[in-house]
Design a protein around this ligand. Structure first.
Ligand code: UDP
Length: 372
């Protein structure tokens, strides 16, 4: 056997395990079907700007172990995510906080905001059964209608009454003037881009790009003792129990000959008529400066369009509703019979994962492997 581990996928899960196992003296081969490393956190320089090619990623965590681990491979800047919502030309601060409540209702004190929310959430009695009920019971109907409903239904392509409540619980609600989207002790963007960070993690490890595992499974399985598979679990089994649902995202990128398009990294279009969900202006993840600290004359923007995944598309977000979670569990049972293969990461575990949770899960898997 030439390799102890063949790692399929060079995203954050695969790269974390590759780094750990390589450090422990194991012989590793990492393959990826794309022509580049880093999976969906891949960044590419255009006009001096690190463009997040597969969607914007903002690292944030409360997990000190994860923070200490990842900062070995990159220094992080002080970026704090504070998206702006654009509802038919009205701008609101996100996440839902005193700035949002003031703009929505003219309320000035936290007490007034709370009274407004309490009055509006009365329409929900009992435990919220879906995203709509959860949203109204968190922030009331006005905010639900203007800032949540349109955005969520575009992003997920489903009625808010058919979506799980947990999705909206990702967003904080605060009675303070605080536009920080995340409740996280550590937050930032790796200086120099995510691709460079993954390159540092994979330093000294053999990597083969443009290599499709499932297309060459038989020969690839022969060269390694164990496989760590981070692709889609249903695809691994050739969809034999049915297809899991994913949302895909299409990006329309534009280089503009002006220094400032929207004045913020992310603007969400929360009405239901605008066809895109949000526009990312990548330079603001790094304060509009190049690596020497000079202002950049141009800007790169990406409009995001959400669509239902179909074979041939890139899967982005797993749709973790009951039906899909049940099907995933059936696939998981099958995967447990594959003695040689470990399934992990967003696609391997069919999970709406934040980056820090992916790293934590890979570090746990590493401990499990090493202590076995
Ligand atoms: N969301 C919303 N309005 C917004 C932003 C988010 O209703 O302006 C909801 C929407 O349902 C979305 C969820 O909150 O799916 C989680 O948003 P987040 O920004 O965490 O999603 P991601 O960055 O992973 O796409």
């Amino acid at each position: 056997m030439k390799y102890d581990y063949l790692i399929v996928g060079s995203g954050l899960y695969g790269s974390t395990l590759a780094e750990r196992l390589h450090k422990a003296g194991k012989n590793i081969l990492v393959i990826d079907k794309r022509p580049n490393i880093a999976g969906n956190i891949y960044t590419e320089k255009t006009e001096g700007i690190n463009v997040h090619k597969y969607g914007a990623h903002i690292f944030h965590t409360n997990n000190k172990k994860v923070w200490q681990y990842i900062t070995q491979f990159a220094e992080f800047n002080r970026f704090t995510n504070s998206p702006v919502a654009n509802y038919k030309g009205e701008l609101y601060s996100l996440p839902f906080n005193m700035y949002t409540f003031n703009k929505m209702w003219g309320v000035v004190t936290p007490q007034e905001a709370l009274e407004k929310i309490n009055q509006q959430k009365k329409e929900i009695t009992g435990e919220p059964r879906n995203l709509e009920e959860q949203a109204i019971s968190l922030v009331g109907r006005d905010i639900y209608e203007k800032l949540i409903k349109g955005y969520t239904e575009k992003q997920w392509g489903r009625d808010c009454r058919d979506l799980p409540a947990f999705i909206i619980k990702r967003l904080p609600v605060r009675l303070t003037f605080d536009n920080n989207y995340f409740n996280a002790l550590y937050q930032g963007i790796p200086i120099g881009g995510y691709t460079k960070m993954i390159q540092n993690m994979l330093d000294g490890i053999e990597v083969r790009l443009s290599t499709n595992y499932l297309g060459h499974k038989e020969e690839l399985d022969k060269i390694a003792g164990k496989i760590i598979y981070t692709g889609a679990i249903d695809e691994y089994f050739d969809y034999k129990l049915g297809t899991l649902e994913y949302r895909s995202v299409k990006f329309e990128n534009e280089i503009l000959d002006k220094p400032n398009f929207q004045g913020n990294a992310a603007v969400n279009y929360t009405d239901s008529e605008t066809p895109w969900t949000r526009i990312i202006e990548h330079k603001w993840f790094e304060f509009g400066k190049d690596e020497n600290g000079s202002d950049l004359p141009k800007t790169v923007i990406s409009r995001e369009y959400s669509s239902e995944w179909k074979p041939g598309d890139e899967p982005y977000y797993p749709v973790n509703d009951d039906k899909n979670n049940q099907l995933y569990l059936d696939y998981k049972k099958l995967s447990e019979k594959e003695d040689k293969v470990i399934f992990g990461g967003r696609l391997g575990e069919y999970k709406y994962y934040d980056m820090d949770a992916v790293i934590a899960s890979a570090l746990d898997m590493y401990e499990k492997i090493i202590s076995a």
